[in-house]
Design a protein around this ligand. Structure first.
Ligand code: N01
Length: 533
């Protein structure tokens, strides 16, 4: 510990990404004392850590940005349709400076422990450096922040360079003249592979499961589109909350089952060129109906066949599960990259990695390499919370309470954990929505709730166990009506062997928004205030 003095705040916010930064601003405006505790040496959260080549957002920047301040959204100009990581990091830094938030962030302070002391109705929080006491604890720790590092046999013996996309070094990496291996073919790999392939002497892509990906057709910001959006920015944002995934390009209500196949094909062609992630929402039944989903999946598989010249490689790159069941990817030249002579695809389904040696990955062959890149994903949605030693009432550990699967009321509150809020927690649309408006929705809700508590002289809020249970039943009932539940994905914990298998995101931004408002209008229905044991 650097300093044994206990520091007191009204609220502690964990994490200085988009959620934490905005939460600090809102609490300050409410007149509360608040501090952000951040593990990294700078702000940015996911956009600080994931600085691999090609990292960029896959929701148009005009939407993947804050909406709380009209001047900010009018004055900030994005250079591309989908902005790259450095520009997104520049933006969040601009926001921190513009609203003078930097002095409220303690960097390089990883929260290790948070304990609710019932007799004081306070949280005691410990970091690597300091001890804190606070009334409210707000976890703005992100949904994809704890890297998954599989335990490959012999990994510790590898003598070359090991990189992980989710903890990419700040110094620029040069792969010229190197033999590089990348394990994983999710969004991070799909974005980085085309750029690494341009430099590397040889690039070996180790694929366990192929992914669907739609071309981004990224380019410089279309000034006419920007002008049009900015002329009615607040209405544009409101409209986006009204479609299922909270993303403008996903607003189509037509059904494949009721449409002429030729017309469907023509629309798919159009969406393939322009829609990115919106391809998935191009027809309202793609996420809901397996037959409609199969039509869309087939279209993409045919595209892969048309792009990738070697039929065997094309077949290996073609997924056979529901499109969207795993998070859809958006790429720049991904499938085309497999036409390069220096790029080799290895099918781990048939030939799993038997060993990693000091200089090779051994699968069907021995692949000698200089650099190993892990693009193996995250302990998604819950990892950042269960990695901290969080104890609530009666010393109940969050990790134990979630052993059989995470449960949360609205993705905001957890029973037995009073005055603890999560921003975009499990059970909220979060990763099945545009994260930016979902973050703002939650931060606004949390701030309004705290304000209401102060005005109504309530000291402690917590979710009731029944409300939480009912909520997760609803989350799963909705998911069961879709194609999402029968594919192995990080949405349901199946990317991490030891993790409970439970589907965690709430599907449907408009319904969710309505229910959030209803909870407030009924004086925070489902929450308990000032519980007496
Ligand atoms: O991680 P992933 P990611 N042996 O979990 C494989 C967001 N994001 O970092 O599918 C071999 O998708 C695993 O294989 P399998 C976005 O929400 C957004 O790429 O489990 N392989 C898979 O291929 C995204 O969904 C952007 O069989 C192993 C890969 O590693 C989320 O982050 C950009 C393995 C992991 O893919 C996560 O994406 C990047 C093992 N033991 C990320 N373990 C944007 O565009 C795992 N794999 C904004």
């Amino acid at each position: 510990m650097n300093d044994q003095t206990i520091k007191e705040f009204d609220a502690i916010i964990v994490g200085a990404g988009f959620a934490g930064i905005y939460q600090l601003l809102k609490l300050r405006r409410l007149g509360l004392s608040a501090v952000i505790l951040e593990k990294a040496d700078q702000i940015g959260g996911t956009w600080h850590w994931n600085r691999y080549p090609g990292a960029r957002c896959d929701i148009p920047s005009l939407e993947y940005s804050y909406q709380f301040d009209e001047d900010l959204q009018q004055e900030w100009n994005w250079s591309e349709k989908y902005s790259a990581q450095p520009e997104i990091l520049e933006y969040i830094n601009h926001v921190a400076d513009r609203f003078e938030l930097r002095d409220g962030i303690n960097f390089e302070e990883e929260v290790s422990k948070a304990t609710f002391i019932e007799s004081e109705s306070k949280w005691h929080v410990e970091t690597s450096k300091n001890k804190y006491e606070t009334r409210f604890c707000i976890f703005a720790t992100g949904c994809l922040s704890v890297p998954n590092k599989p335990n490959f046999n012999g990994l510790e013996n590898f003598k070359g360079q090991i990189l992980q996309t989710s903890t990419w070094p700040q110094e620029e990496q040069n792969f010229s003249g190197k033999k590089v291996a990348i394990i994983g073919t999710g969004s991070s790999a799909i974005q980085s592979i085309p750029l690494i392939a341009e430099q590397a002497e040889e690039l070996y892509v180790f694929q366990r499961t192929p992914n669907y990906s739609i071309p981004s057709n990224n380019g410089p910001m279309d000034k006419d589109v920007e002008k049009q959006v900015k002329s009615r920015y607040s209405e544009f944002r409101k409209e986006n909350y009204l479609n299922g995934f909270g993303i403008a390009a996903m607003s189509d209500e037509a059904l494949i089952s009721e449409s002429d196949p030729e017309e469907v094909n023509a629309n798919f062609e159009e969406n393939w060129k322009n829609a990115g992630l919106g391809f998935f929402g191009g027809y309202a039944d793609i996420p809901l109906d397996v037959e409609a989903n199969a039509v869309a999946a087939n279209f993409v598989r045919n595209k892969i066949k048309g792009i990738v010249k070697d039929p065997h490689t094309a077949a290996l790159l073609s997924p056979d599960y529901h499109i969207g069941g795993k998070r859809l990817c958006v790429d720049t030249g991904y499938f085309e990259t497999f036409n390069k002579e220096n790029v080799h695809l290895i099918n781990l389904k048939e030939n799993p990695i038997s060993e990693i040696t000091s200089n090779s990955i051994n699968s069907d062959e021995v692949y000698e390499i200089d650099t190993l890149i892990l693009a193996t994903g995250f302990d998604a949605m819950t990892g950042a919370l269960t990695n901290i030693d969080i104890s609530g009432r009666d010393n109940i550990k969050l990790k134990d309470q979630w052993e059989e699967g995470a449960k949360s009321y609205l993705g905001l509150g957890i029973s037995n954990f009073p005055n603890l809020f999560t921003v975009t927690g499990p059970g909220s649309p979060s990763v099945l929505s545009n994260m930016m408006p979902s973050i703002e929705q939650h931060v606004n809700w949390i701030t309004d709730c705290i304000d209401w508590m102060i005005k109504n002289e309530k000291k402690v809020i917590e979710s009731s166990a029944t409300a939480e249970e009912d909520w997760m039943v609803l989350v799963n009932e909705i998911a069961d009506m879709t194609i999402f539940t029968d594919t192995k994905s990080w949405y349901n914990g199946s990317n991490i062997e030891s993790k409970a298998k439970a589907f965690l995101p709430f599907i449907g931004v408009p319904v969710y928004t309505e229910m959030l408002e209803e909870v407030v209008s009924e004086n925070y229905k489902g929450f308990i205030f000032d519980r007496v044991n």
